[in-house]
Each structure stands twice: as structure tokens, then as C-alpha cells.
Design a protein around this ligand. Sequence first.
Ligand SMILES: [Zn+2]
Length: 82
Amino acid sequence: MAKEVGYLVCRQGRVYLKQNETLGEAHSVDVSTRCSRGEPVALVHTHNVNPHPSQLDLQTAKERKLVVCVDWKGRITCWKVK
Ligand SMILES: [Zn+2]
């Protein structure tokens, strides 16, 4: 099965910067939340099995105060967790 790929998106002013992609496992990917420039805003990662964020995805988003985005076959959907 394909492995998940994830990356962090950082914001510097009006510019959004995609950070380097990380290759993970079939059902998970551990992405650094450190920006080369700017502040972290979103964690994007691919899903191979379903388009919805997992409980762990939502928990990570909440803990790190980031938007979590799932790339499902090229279509990216984001969730903001309060
Ligand atoms: Zn996920």
C-alpha cells in the first residue's frame, strides 16, 4: 500500500510556504511543525483509505493549534479544531 506523505504549511505575512514533504507509513506520517520561515498554520497529509481525518489527526491539530488537511486523491479538505 502507498505510504502517507505529509507537510507543514507556514505563513509569513500573506505568503504561504510549503515545507519539505515527509514520507510516513501506510496509515500515519509524523510531520515536523518547525517552519523555516514564518509561523505554522496547517498540517497537510495524504490518506490512502478514507478522506476523513482520524481521531489522532484531530487531536494533533487541537494540541498544536493547527488546521489539519487531508489530501484524498488530490482533493485537499481542511478542518479547524477548537
Ligand atoms: Zn490522517
